[in-house]
Design a binder for this molecule. Structure first.
Ligand SMILES: NC(=O)c1ccc[n+]([C@@H]2O[C@H](COP(=O)([O-])OP(=O)(O)OC[C@H]3O[C@@H](n4cnc5c(N)ncnc54)[C@H](OP(=O)(O)O)[C@@H]3O)[C@@H](O)[C@H]2O)c1
Length: 308
């Protein structure tokens, strides 16, 4: 059974799943209703067995109770990595893409974008009707994927590494030619790994910049919070724990209350108090603008990489 704690409760001030303010966002984070049993019986084949595949496999097996015997993975040449996946998660691995494709209902393309053309050339002729394919490769358009895989429905997804703890937020895009059953299957898999938002494909660069790169911005902030605590005389490990739990608690409070971050911020900011003094420094130093600019630049970079 899935263990992620995502709530389906609509958020105040937002559409379903909190993304409907964007004109490009089509639907949101409600559950697909796919029975977990159905996903558990689905044979999932990972082409690419690196960081992202590892995170997804870990989330599926260790957090969502997916039977590891239904998962198979392959890579290009790293035998040790495959051996580790077998040992740690109990999944199967193979060196042969033909075996993997023949034995999978759902194919996950989890190679670097530059390796996608080779994979499509090899895998394209192998896929058969009845299978479904989802690519997590950043910046590889659905048009490219669909042209190489005309026999199967193809979706694009942008999860993040928190998939490994079933706390990803995954953006899902299709070009419309996907049956409800195929769509629900892919959505169901990502729902085992956290929350899902459905977007049109042109949102993907922004999603990559905000949610794909986002954890790094938060980690940077946690590093600074830890450093600040240590400078003020706290033991390093205490400062680190305080940073971790503060970020976790703040996010949990937003999720569980459904309150806007701005409302919660105002609630903890008494006039003339300590929080206000700290926030004033952040404002003077351009914290908000820096984050907005960072995400805009990351989105621009995603577009540059996509255009080659
Ligand atoms: N990492 C993230 O946070 C993240 C988030 C969202 C999306 N993504 C996307 O996920 C994809 C994978 O990223 P990653 O971080 O997991 O990369 P990675 O750690 O470098 O893993 C890439 C995997 O692809 C395999 N591979 C390369 N060419 C192959 C081929 N021709 N046939 C079969 N396997 C092949 C590699 O095998 P060898 O090791 O044997 O070479 C390796 O297992 C990327 O497209 C990325 O855009 C990543």
């Amino acid at each position: 059974m899935a263990t992620n704690g995502a709530s389906d409760k609509p958020r105040r001030g937002a559409g379903r799943g909190g993304v409907a303010r964007s004109g490009m966002a089509r639907s949101a984070a409600s559950r697909s209703g796919v029975p977990r049993q159905r996903l558990a019986g689905t044979r999932i084949g990972f082409i690419g067995a690196g960081n992202m595949a590892d995170a997804m496999i870990r989330g599926l097996v260790q957090r969502s109770g997916v039977n590891p015997a239904t998962i198979v993975a392959t890579n290009r040449s790293n035998h040790d990595r495959l051996a580790r996946l077998e040992q740690v998660y109990g999944i199967r691995t193979t060196r042969e893409k033909s075996d993997l494709v023949a034995g999978s209902d759902l194919l996950v393309l989890a190679v670097k974008p530059r390796d996608i053309p080779d994979v499509l050339t090899v895998v394209g002729p192998m896929v058969r009707r009845g299978q479904v394919c989802v690519s997590v490769a950043a910046g590889v358009p659905l048009a490219t994927l669909c042209a190489a895989l005309p026999r199967v429905p193809v979706l694009r997804a942008m999860p993040n590494l928190a998939s490994s703890v079933a706390a990803s937020v995954t953006a899902l895009a299709t070009n419309g030619g996907v049956s409800p059953g195929a769509h629900a299957l892919v959505r169901g898999m990502f729902e085992c790994l956290g929350r899902v938002v459905e977007v049109s494909e042109e949102c993907m660069d922004a999603i990559t910049a905000l949610a794909g790169s986002g954890p790094a911005y938060v980690y940077r902030m946690m590093e600074a919070m830890t450093e600040a605590g240590a400078r003020l005389g706290l033991p390093g490990d205490v400062a680190r724990l305080l940073a971790e739990e503060t970020v976790f608690g703040a996010a949990k409070l937003v999720r569980e209350t459904g309150e806007e971050p701005a409302v919660l911020r105002q609630r903890v900011t008494s006039p003339g108090g300590t929080t206000m003094a700290g926030l004033q420094v952040l404002e003077e130093r351009g914290f908000r603008e820096a984050l907005v600019d960072a995400i805009a630049r990351a989105a621009e970079r995603a577009r540059e990489l996509r255009m080659g």
